[in-house]
Design a protein around this ligand. Structure first.
Ligand code: MLC
Ligand code: AMP
Length: 502
């Protein structure tokens, strides 16, 4: 049997392929037949390039139905899809392309100049463009291709995608996900969240991370359900489209923003069946206020790039705020102490996971991969949690030095290295502080040399040219020295206390 993920989706498309698969925000409708034919054209186009087996297709484009089709076509043609956040700047793209060595790079038309220059130097053989409005060379080339394509046979363990996740050392690692990782998770979630024939997904998440690309899109594709596609999250569009939707997925910031909007009322949720939150901690206050305002209990689940979804609050059973629910069927999740022994209920320890959802390893980093697994093959998530008497998991912290801002991960070490490169900066420490909108905000404490005289704005402006905007500290605090313990380690707790209310 062909384990290609696309074949799984295609076998679940509705019997009547003329029904709507994607309704775009601009009013354009794409049927399931359109999806099948457009992915065939793009897949034929990619196949005609005679790329080697396992070639990577790296993509940094704005969200559109065609961007989803490019993903599906890459998988369908047997290649490895590598999505990149549209916020990444040249130095970040340079790193990813040199590390992943993709054969094909697809970027926004406006970025062709600088992206193609990096891509060709990194060994790519083709660079295409894809705009938000069906413009660009990718579709122009695909237009001449046949609209049928035999989905390439793949084994369950073959790679379907590589997702880059930052690391505590500051160097991003490519998490290699197989066709079976993605298929098994999609199938489990379809049953666990009771996807129904009449479901309509309001899709507001970006298409370059696990949440929007896999959890949301795969759910609708596997269930043969219509998606209403928004280019990005904004309150007005979500409130306008919710009355025709049944399922919505978002990071906690989406729920915080909806609650802050007076036009978000119970009436707009009347057709809704399920609101799902994940990627960052959902505050209990948000969970409770949403239940009062919308009359819906948000279902919180927990996942990560390396493992896709691990746990979820139940659909039918009790959804408990402040917890991420129970291990998904077929997924083993455990909490262990420093000695590797299982923690008793309520005891805090490291969260580990094993199952068909767990990735194959980090791209070209066998040692790093080995370090992140225990001897009995559990992946160390880097999250710290506890399980209650009923088996519900709560995440109480992270052993990895990670900030999650509006659902995006920021590793302090990476930002500190970029700040430290600025002439006149002696050293820096980057921390996360509570933020009413983003959950956590990135801020930096910076020590400058005796003759340096910059303002906060100077440093922020310098950083914006080098790293994605969401990683740029919202505030810079100048300090005479960083607080250190007797071992010389920076005491970030002290900085957090000092600056959390500043
Ligand atoms: C944008 N900005 C952010 C930011 N997003 N800053 C910090 N954190 C963020 N997440 C910057 C902008 O560049 C801008 O900078 C300023 O903040 C204000 O922007 P905005 O207009 O308010 O932002 P907006 O475009 O509305 O985006 C906010 C957002 C978006 C929350 C809608 O960040 C988003 O969609 N996040 C979802 C992330 C996601 O999909 N995560 C899933 C990861 S998968 P300036 O300087 O220009 O003013 C994963 C696994 C799992 O974690 O379990 O799911
Ligand atoms: P990423 O590397 O982008 O896939 O982010 C994965 C990380 O997001 C996890 O290791 C967790 O720290 C965090 N995360 C995901 N879902 C939740 C959640 N529901 N609650 C708290 N943290 C979460």
């Amino acid at each position: 049997m062909n384990a290609n993920l696309y074949a799984l989706f295609a076998s679940n498309f509705p019997g009547d392929a003329s029904t709507c698969c994607i309704e775009n925000h601009d009013g354009l409708f794409y049927s399931w037949d359109d999806l099948e034919r457009a992915t065939a054209k793009i897949a034929n186009s990619l196949a005609s390039l005679n790329l080697p087996q396992g070639a990577r297709i790296a993509v940094q484009v704005e969200k559109s139905p065609e961007a989803l089709m490019l993903y599906l076509a890459s998988v369908r043609a047997g290649f490895v899809y590598l999505p990149l956040n549209t916020a990444y700047r040249a130095s970040e793209i340079d790193y990813f392309l040199n590390d992943a060595e993709p054969a094909v790079v697809v970027c926004s038309p406006a970025h062709f100049g600088w992206v193609s220059s990096i891509a060709f130097k990194a060994g790519a053989t083709h660079v295409f463009t894809l705009g938000e409005d069906r413009d660009g060379t990718l579709l122009a080339r695909a237009a001449h291709q046949p609209d049928t394509f035999e989905t390439v046979a793949r084994a369950p363990d073959d790679l379907a995608a590589i997702l880059y996740t930052s690391g505590t050392t500051g160097r991003s690692k490519g998490a290699m996900l197989t066709h079976d990782n993605l298929a098994s998770n999609a199938k489990v979630l379809k049953d666990y969240w009771h996807w129904q024939e009449s479901d309509v997904l309001l899709h507001a998440l970006p298409l370059f991370h696990v949440h929007g690309l896999f959890v949301a899109s795969h759910g609708a594709l596997l269930n043969g359900s219509k998606m209403i596609f928004l280019p990005k999250f904004d309150n007005e569009s979500v409130v306008r489209h919710l009355p025709r939707a049944t399922v919505f997925m978002g990071v906690p910031t989406y729920y915080v923003r909806l609650l802050a909007d007076p036009s978000f009322k119970r009436e707009v949720c009347s057709s809704m069946r399920l609101f799902i939150s994940g990627s960052a901690p959902l505050l209990t206050d948000t969970f409770e206020e949403f239940s009062r305002r919308a009359g819906h209990t948000i279902l919180e689940r927990y996942g990560m790039s390396e493992t896709t979804m691990l746990t979820s609050n139940p659909y039918a059973g009790k959804r408990i705020g402040g917890t991420v629910g129970l291990p998904l069927p077929g997924v083993s999740v455990r909490v262990v102490n420093q000695d590797g022994a299982a923690c008793a209920p309520g005891e805090i320890g490291d969260i580990g996971v094993k199952g068909p959802n767990v990735f194959k390893g980090y791209w070209r980093m066998p040692e790093k991969t080995a370090e992140e697994f225990t001897s009995d093959a559990y992946f160390k998530t880097g999250d710290v949690g506890k399980v209650d008497d009923n088996g519900y998991l709560s995440i109480v912290g992270r052993s990895k030095d990670l900030i999650i801002s509006g659902g995006y991960n920021v590793y302090p070490k990476e930002i500190e290295s970029v700040i430290d490169e600025i002439d006149g900066v002696v050293e820096s420490a980057v921390i996360g502080v509570p933020h009413p909108d983003f959950g956590e905000a990135v801020v930096a404490a910076v020590v400058t040399g005796p003759n340096a005289s910059f303002s906060e704005g100077d440093i922020i402006a310098a950083l914006k040219t080098k790293i994605a905007n969401f990683k740029v500290p919202k505030r810079i605090f100048f300090v005479d020295e960083l607080p250190r313990n007797t071992m010389g380690k920076v005491q970030k707790n002290m900085l957090r206390q000092q600056f959390e209310k500043a």
